[in-house]
Design a protein. Structure first.
Length: 153
């Protein structure tokens, strides 16, 4: 047990705040990307400001949360909650990655001898789907943590 830990209350507030910021910022970026033409450089032009915005907002929110939350010792619940939430996140990531692999293999099999001129699935669409999968998995991890901390109080 770490006597100088941030404690469950800080971690719960941090998880709620991080899930909200990731959902709002990345959700907005994904909607903006979806509306754009399929140009990878335009996608980078949306994602870089989104990541910078996310860093600045999360830094500010965590400073506010740390200043407003009393210090508490860490306990054994932390490891259990972290493991459970990570398990759910990994399940979502694994399903998304396998879906992308199967889609790409199926596309290659369907193309036959025509080669890349007969693409059924745009590689940027696969990248977009994988990024969406990572965002959803991270939000699920954070929401699971927040709800588990809330239930264990």
């Amino acid at each position: 047990m770490n006597e100088t830990g941030t404690g469950a209350l800080f971690r719960e507030k941090s998880a709620w705040a991080t899930a909200a910021v990731i959902g709002i910022v990345n959700g907005g970026a994904l909607v903006a990307i979806w509306a754009m033409p399929q140009n990878p450089m335009l996608w980078v032009g949306v994602m870089v400001p989104a990541v910078i915005t996310q860093i600045i907002v999360l830094l500010a929110l965590h400073i506010i949360i740390a200043l407003g939350t009393p210090k508490q010792p860490d306990d054994e619940r932390d490891a259990v909650i972290r493991g459970r939430s990570t398990r759910y996140s990994v399940i979502v990531d694994t399903i998304g990655i396998w879906f992308a692999i199967i889609a790409l293999i199926s596309q290659r099999a369907a193309m036959g001898d025509d080669g890349p001129s007969n693409l059924l699935l745009d590689p940027m669409l696969v990248a977009y789907g994988l990024f969406l999968c990572v965002v959803v998995a991270e939000v699920i991890r954070l929401l699971t943590q927040a709800m588990d901390y809330r239930r264990s109080q």
